[in-house]
Design a protein around this ligand. Structure first.
Ligand SMILES: *Cc1c(COP(=O)(O)O)cnc(C)c1O
Ligand SMILES: [Zn+2]
Length: 475
């Protein structure tokens, strides 16, 4: 199934509009434009709804009926079967490739590792999406909006998964051409191979992700290319449904904690918005706490929120600590540096929206080392579907919060596994390798010194007796 689209019908603007998140400005815009920031004050924009005119079900369980309409591609989609909660597009203009077929796995082995009671840890596995990461939840919404505007080109800067997702939507739907900006040397082969294979125009910048992000904004502006990075508020609408599927899998019970890795902070921002809206609509009676986990080599949010006390503060965010920290990074040439390449970002574009989410969800931020990430990743792999390094930051972070007593053993915790294991096998192979040189070369420079949960291959001579003996010894 490719796309369902009908470009000639007019855009409905009576229910949805865009609004600046800065309460002092609060400028509103129609949905027939895409702004990377508020033209009036430069803040981020939200997609906002006049809920009285939308057709929102009176209770969340009403969405279960949508499953019975699975032959309709819109209702088959794990994003669009919640269309009533992101009604910025008429149903006949929705673009879908079948995204959002995800699983909430109860993972008792990992639960024990984290320090939770059996049955209390759930892993929201987003690796089954068409391009193998949660990004497809947002991309189907962004490409839908781009198509509503008649865009013929869409662009993003990417550490890998956003570009893989955009490239897939463009090649599968043939609606527009993908232009992707990547930094040099950092992108994993799994992700790069997708963008190349799906035919995206791939522009490699001599610089890192933060450099590529600045450039793509300039280029998109100058050439009028539709920008799909997470500054795009329509993309974040799609990502809200990750939380809706979590609630669905928990029979509409709200968990105590949502734990998610933080990179550009689009995902955490969209989760916060989802819960703000569900609460406002009376569809949930309590809100889960949010834990956002940085890699210690890319810990801007941790630094600002936990060390420098930066808060949303009703929208009146104190810019001084942000400016000071950015200047500090500039002066010392500090660049993001972690094996978890999907969160190797020092200038998160959604910082303020994320502060709002943290405030609404009584959230906390923690940082985890690459060692902690890889150990957690090995446990996730041993306990189920596996994930890429950045995803395992959520599990490593939950373990720290458990140890601190912030999370109780009896709490019900959902860790979001953002990307598929096969996205980035380099670190995984090195972690489990018997080749010390490979281990040192790949991981040693990142401060990883041991592989406590390694599952090493055994070497045997090519002799039947030796092979049989070895198997009997180990299995
Ligand atoms: C993009 C990405 C992240 C970071 O998400 P943000 O919304 O940028 O914070 C984490 N993990 C994976 C696998 C990703 O692709
Ligand atoms: Zn504004």
């Amino acid at each position: 199934m490719a796309s369902i689209t009908q470009t000639d019908s007019s855009i409905r603007t009576d229910v949805a509009f865009q609004r600046c998140i800065n309460p002092v400005c609060a400028a509103t815009y129609d949905t027939d434009v895409m702004h990377a920031s508020c033209p009036r004050c430069g803040s981020l924009l939200d997609v906002t709804y006049d809920w009285d005119r939308a057709h929102v079900p009176s209770k969340l369980s009403d969405f279960e009926a949508m499953w019975s309409q699975r032959t309709n591609p819109v209702r088959f989609s794990g994003v669009w079967r919640f269309h009533e909660l992101l009604p910025f597009v008429p149903q006949d203009q929705i673009v879908t490739v079948g995204e959002g077929q995800t699983l909430l796995q109860q993972a008792d082995g990992v639960s024990k590792f984290v320090g939770l009671n059996a049955g209390n840890l759930h892993l929201q596995y987003e690796g089954m999406n068409p391009s193998g990461s949660f990004k497809d939840n947002g991309m189907c919404a962004a490409v839908t909006h781009a198509n509503m505007l008649g865009a013929k080109r869409a662009a993003c800067a990417s550490t890998g998964n956003t570009s893989a997702s955009l490239a897939l939507y463009c090649s599968a739907t043939r609606l527009m051409k993908a232009v992707i900006f990547i930094g040099s040397g950092k992108i994993s082969y799994g992700k790069l191979s997708q963008a190349l294979d799906y035919g995206a125009l791939t522009v490699q910048i001599a610089g890192d992700f933060d450099d590529a992000m600045l450039r793509v904004r300039e280029v998109a502006e100058q050439l009028g290319i539709y920008l799909v990075n997470s500054v795009n508020p329509f993309r974040l609408e799609g990502q809200k449904t990750i939380m809706l599927r979590v609630l669905e899998a928990l029979r509409w019970e709200v968990p105590d904690w949502i734990v998610v890795p933080g990179g550009n902070l689009g995902n955490s921002s969209s989760f916060g918005k989802a819960f703000m809206e569900l609460k406002e609509l009376g569809l949930i009676d309590r809100v889960p706490r949010l834990a956002i986990i940085n890699a210690s080599g890319a810990d801007t949010l941790y630094e600002l929120h936990e060390r420098r006390g930066l808060r949303w503060n009703g929208g009146n965010v104190n810019m001084d600590p942000i400016r000071e920290y950015m200047d500090h990074m500039d002066r010392h040439g500090i660049k993001a540096d972690t094996l978890a390449s999907a969160i190797e970002i020092n200038r998160p574009v959604n910082l303020k929206k994320c502060l709002r989410a943290l405030e609404f969800c009584d959230g906390v931020v923690r940082q985890v080392s690459d060692q902690e990430i890889l150990d957690a990743k090995a446990q996730v792999g041993a306990g189920g579907f596996g994930c890429e390094p950045a995803s395992a930051a959520s599990v490593a972070g939950a373990k720290i919060l458990r140890r601190e007593g912030v999370i109780a053993p009896s709490d019900r915790v959902v860790c979001v596994l953002t990307g598929h294991e096969l996205k980035d096998p380099t670190a995984t192979v090195a972690y489990h390798s018997t080749d010390q040189e490979l281990f040192n070369k790949t991981l040693g420079s990142r401060g990883v010194t041991k592989a406590s949960y390694a599952n090493k291959a055994i070497s045997v001579p090519n002799e039947l007796d030796d092979i049989i003996k070895a198997i009997q010894l180990y299995a």
